[in-house]
Design a binder for this molecule. Structure first.
Ligand code: FES
Length: 112
């Protein structure tokens, strides 16, 4: 079974975590199932950026993002080349290392 290593995040998982995933699950679902409360304001319908994660390892094992996801990601705070929407990033059969950005657009939106 692939694993998802979640890097430490001050609010959501201060110690970091190693999660068991099944191929075909999304990164967001695996995190939520394990009590890591990544936001998902649009209920996983690829219409927000609150589930933004950065895939530090294993990015290439994920199926490529679709145009809609890329459009949303363009609006995400702290976008990186390895950014994905957690609800659209489907685990394949490789381990992943995932970083949860410190702020989501929800927190940063006052600046806009
Ligand atoms: S939960 Fe909104 S895009 Fe993932």
């Amino acid at each position: 079974m692939p694993k998802i290593v979640v890097l430490p995040h001050d609010d959501l998982c201060p110690e970091g975590a190693v999660l068991e995933a099944n191929s075909g699950e999304t990164v967001l679902d695996v995190a939520l199932k394990n009590g890591i409360g990544i936001e998902h304001a649009c209920e996983k319908s690829c219409a927000c950026t609150t589930c933004h994660v950065i895939v530090r390892e294993g990015f290439d094992s994920l199926e490529e993002s679709e145009e809609l996801e890329d459009d949303m990601l363009d609006k995400a705070w702290g976008l990186e080349p390895e950014s994905r929407l957690g609800c659209q990033a489907v685990v394949a059969d490789e381990d992943l290392v995932v970083e949860i950005p410190r702020y989501t657009l929800n927190h940063a939106s006052e600046d806009h």
